[in-house]
Ligand binder design. Structure first.
Ligand SMILES: Nc1ncnc2c1ncn2[C@@H]1O[C@H](COP(=O)(O)OP(=O)(O)OP(=O)(O)O)[C@@H](O)[C@H]1O
Ligand SMILES: [Mg+2]
Length: 206
């Protein structure tokens, strides 16, 4: 996935968060968005993912030279962030089956078990994920971001709440994604930054 952003700015109400942000990202790259708390990393990541409109500037997307419109971006983009919410009353497998259905994907019980296994979650728990720990929830969110094998993977603070083994899971997914796709990580964590080929610092004021 190729992404090219020019003159991106964002205002909330009348308050400018950042302005004149330019960057481009190529297939096979891990691109980091860094900057202090409140600088606008998550905001920029959501703009890149088409989840939020920029106040200024534009972003173009392409896959192997073919343009992708922002309306179709959700099909080719996976997004994981700590603040996403899951269906707490459903089990892990039920959540995955539901998200797969929303995406129009066929995922049988063996596919679901493989996904749970990939992120190191138990495959045999039938209880609601409400009872899961924060690190286990974070692993569930990773599953949803890779469910449809998107060319573009956007990760906001991917290792938050994770132990060493959980971090290894994230970086394994990043390494796998890098083989054929693109990863953009919003983070302040040195270990995340070490995974990035390049970084962009957003200089917004909190
Ligand atoms: N929906 C919103 N409405 C109004 N202001 C917002 C909204 N979302 C974010 N902001 C503001 O935009 C600024 C940037 O927020 P953002 O979450 O992008 O920062 P961040 O760099 O990701 O911070 P952190 O390192 O804490 O995750 C903050 O001042 C925040 O209060
Ligand atoms: Mg953030």
């Amino acid at each position: 996935m190729q992404i090219s952003a020019t003159g991106i700015g964002k205002k909330f109400n009348r308050r400018s968060i950042f302005r004149e942000v330019d960057f481009s990202v190529e297939t096979g790259e891990v691109f980091g968005i860094i900057g202090r708390n409140g600088s606008g990393k998550s905001t920029l990541l959501r703009i890149i993912g088409g989840l939020l409109s920029p106040s200024a500037g534009s972003i173009s997307y392409g896959i192997n030279g073919t343009d992708v419109s922002v309306e179709h971006l959700h099909r080719v983009m996976g997004y994981a962030a700590p603040y996403l919410t899951l269906y707490e009353e459903f089990s892990a497998a039920e959540n995955i089956a539901l998200y797969a259905k929303i995406r129009g994907l066929q995922k049988g019980s063996s596919d679901i078990a493989a996904l749970l296994d990939r992120v190191g979650l138990p495959t045999d728990r039938k209880d609601p994920i409400r009872a899961y720990s924060s690190g286990m929830m974070q692993r569930m969110k990773l599953i949803f971001s890779i469910l449809h094998e998107p060319p573009l993977l956007l990760l906001d603070e991917p290792i938050s709440n994770l132990d060493r083994e959980g971090m290894a899971v994230v970086y394994d997914i990043v390494a796998e994604q890098k083989k054929t796709g693109t990863v953009i990580i919003a983070t302040n964590d040195d270990e995340d930054i070490a995974q990035c080929d390049r970084t962009l610092r957003v200089e917004g004021r909190a």
